[in-house]
Design a protein. Sequence first.
Length: 168
Amino acid sequence: MHRIVQSLRIALMLMAILLASGAALAHAAGTPTPAASSSPVATPTFTKLNLNSATDEQLLTVPGVGDRMLDEFKEYRPYTSIVQFRQELGKYVDSDQVTTWEQYVFVPVDPNKADVETLKQLPGVDDTIAQKLIDGRTYASNDAFLAALATLVSPADAAGAAPYLVQS
């Protein structure tokens, strides 16, 4: 079991490095990243883990999460904001480590309650867009929220946002 978890961790780290390297090279060259390209080239995708529902085995694939931190991750469930995650885990590790973990996990977003930082977990959302989404509340449904989001971000980012939302 330990070898499987270790292999998954290595695979996830390599995937993250490859994706980050590709994006950086594409940005430096002034060309679109594979995800933004219209070519049919398949690119690896990484699905972030929902902090409120991820299994022990899933959380142990996150680099730097061992048995002790696994217990800490789970102790504060359910998370209602990414700020809460930062504060609680920041008691045990520095902010750089928490930021690294945020590349692999997310707190489910409630469109009518999420703060700016939690909304910024959504693809393409920055401070300005998050505030516009907050100003546009109340959303009758996740679909209504996603429709509003689609007017503010790229179609690809809007399409990738649904898994981050609290499922009602």
